[in-house]
Write a protein that binds this ligand. Structure first.
Ligand SMILES: Nc1ncnc2c1ncn2[C@@H]1O[C@H](COP(=O)(O)OP(=O)(O)OP(=O)(O)O)[C@@H](O)[C@H]1O
Ligand SMILES: [Mg+2]
Length: 384
C-alpha cells in the first residue's frame, strides 16, 4: 500500500469542521481504500455503506430509519447512485451536537451532482482526490509515474503491458458502464473518438468548432462532451488570463487530459521510447508538470490561468496566491535558459516571481533576480 498521507490529513481535518465531507475523484483512484482507512483510524463507531452493493441497498431501503440513530463516522460510498439521500443528509447534518459525520464518496463533480451542492450548501465541504503524486512516490519513480499515470493499478502494475491493458479496460468501463450509470447516455464510440481527439489537442487552445466539424456534430454537442469529461475528472481546462493592456491576447481555454497514463493510452504510447519520440511528448510533460504544480501550491483549476498573446509571448501557468502573482514556464530540458517571452510575461503580468519548471531532480537554481529554474523532481522539497 502506498500511504496517501496528504489526503488522509486533509479529509480528517475537514471531518472535524463539517458535518458532511464529499471525497470526490475519478473512478479507481483510491477513494474507497482511503475511506476504509479513515474508518479504521476513527475514534469511535464507523459504518461503511456501499450504495452499489445490493445488500447495502436493501439495508438503506428506509434510509432515515437506518441513518438517524448512527453516531460517529458514516461513509456513503458511490453517493451518485442515491441523490435522493441529500435532503435527509441535510436534516441529519443540522442536528444539535452533530452526533454523526458523513463522508460521501463519488466519482462525479459537484456540478454534475447538482443536488449535493444545492441541498447541502453551508454544511458540506469537498475534497478532490487524484492519482499518486510525486510527493507520494520515491524520487526515482518520476518517469514511471509520467508514463503510466497516477491510477494505483496502472502505476503499480507488474509489467508495462499489464499497466497498458488496465488503462484500456478503464477507458472502456468508463464509457460503457460508468457514464450510463450517471444517467449520461452517449454513443460510447463517438465519445471515445472525441476523447482521442482531445488527447491530440492536449495542451493546446480549445477550438470547439474544429473538433465539432471533425466529429460531424454540433459545437454544442462538443462542449457537452468536454463538460462531461471534466465533470468526471477525466479532462480539465486552463483558462486564459487577461491583462487589459490592449495586447491581442488569446481568449480560448487550453484543454488537458487529466491523467498522463490515460493520455498515453489514447495516443497509443506504450513505452518510454515511444513517449520521447512522440510529437505530443512536450505537451504531455507540460500537463504532468502543471498538475503537480497545482497540487504543490494547493491551487484549484479555477484559480489557475495561462497567458498568451498572438505576437508570441506566453506563460504556461499563472497562480494567484495571497495577493501575489507567480508564473510557471514548463520546459522539458535539464538546463533551461531565459527567453524573451519570459521577460515579457514578467513585465506584462507584473509577476512576483517566475519559475522555470524543468526536468531532473537537482536543486533549484537562480537564473536571474526574479527567475528560478525548478526541477520537477524537487518541487516537493522546495519551499514556495
Ligand atoms: N494507496 C494505495 N496503494 C496501493 N493500491 C491502492 C491504493 N489505493 C487504492 N489502491 C488500489 O486501486 C484500486 C482502486 O481503489 P479503490 O477501490 O479504493 O478506488 P475507488 O476510487 O473507490 O474506485 P471506484 O470509483 O471504482 O469505486 C484497488 O485495486 C485498490 O486496491
Ligand atoms: Mg470505490
Amino acid at each position: 500500500m502506498i500511504p496517501r498521507r496528504r489526503h488522509l490529513e486533509r479529509v480528517t481535518e475537514q471531518l472535524g469542521r463539517f458535518p458532511v465531507v464529499a471525497l470526490l475523484g475519478p473512478r479507481q483512484v483510491g477513494k474507497t481504500t482511503l475511506a476504509r482507512q479513515l474508518a479504521a483510524d476513527w475514534q469511535g463507531p464507523a459504518r461503511h455503506f456501499d450504495l452499489e452493493d445490493p445488500d447495502d441497498q436493501k439495508r438503506l431501503a428506509d434510509p432515515s430509519f437506518v441513518l438517524r440513530p448512527l453516531s460517529g463516522l458514516v461513509v456513503l460510498d458511490e453517493i451518485q447512485r442515491r441523490p435522493d439521500l441529500f435532503p435527509l443528509l441535510r436534516v441529519l447534518a443540522d442536528r444539535a451536537g452533530t452526533p454523526a459525520r458523513f463522508l460521501l464518496l463519488g466519482s462525479a463533480s459537484p456540478e454534475l451532482m447538482r443536488h449535493a451542492s444545492e441541498s447541502l450548501a453551508g454544511r458540506i465541504v469537498f475534497h478532490e482526490m487524484d492519482g499518486f503524486g510525486l510527493d507520494e512516490l520515491p524520487s526515482d519513480r518520476l518517469d514511471l509515474r509520467w508514463l503510466r499515470g497516477g491510477f494505483p493499478r496502472a502505476y503499480l502494475a507488474d509489467s508495462p503491458q499489464e499497466s497498458s491493458e488496465w488503462r484500456e479496460a478503464f477507458i472502456r468501463t468508463y464509457l460503457e458502464r460508468d457514464l450510463p450509470q450517471l444517467g449520461i447516455n452517449l454513443p460510447a464510440l463517438t465519445l471515445r473518438r472525441f476523447w482521442t481527439m482531445l488527447a491530440h489537442y492536449h495542451g493546446q487552445t480549445w477550438n470547439g468548432s474544429e473538433l465539432a466539424r471533425a466529429l460531424g456534430v454540433s459545437d454544442k454537442t462538443v462542449s457537452r462532451y468536454v463538460d462531461i469529461l471534466e465533470g468526471t475528472f477525466m479532462a480539465w481546462r486552463l483558462r486564459p488570463w487577461h491583462t487589459n493592456l490592449g495586447k491581442r491576447e488569446i481568449k480560448a481555454p487550453k484543454v488537458y487530459v487529466s491523467d498522463t497514463g490515460i493520455l498515453h493510452r489514447l495516443l497509443g504510447i506504450e513505452s518510454a521510447d515511444n513517449l520521447l519520440a512522440h510529437p505530443k511528448c512536450g505537451a504531455s510533460w507540460e500537463g504532468f508538470a502543471l498538475h503537480e504544480i497545482l497540487r504543490r501550491t494547493g491551487t484549484s483549476h479555477d484559480q489557475a490561468f495561462y497567458w498568451g498573446v498572438h505576437t508570441g509571448a506566453e506563460l504556461d501557468l499563472l497562480v494567484l496566491r495571497d495577493g501575489r502573482r507567480f508564473g510557471f514556464e514548463i520546459k522539458l530540458t535539464r538546463s533551461p535558459g531565459i527567453t524573451p517571452s519570459m521577460r515579457s510575461a514578467l513585465d506584462a503580468l507584473a509577476l512576483d516571481h517566475l519559475y522555470v519548471v524543468c526536468s531532473g531532480a537537482g536543486e533549484p537554481g537562480p537564473l536571474s533576480e526574479r527567475i528560478t529554474a525548478l526541477p520537477l523532481g524537487s518541487i516537493w522539497k522546495t519551499r514556495t
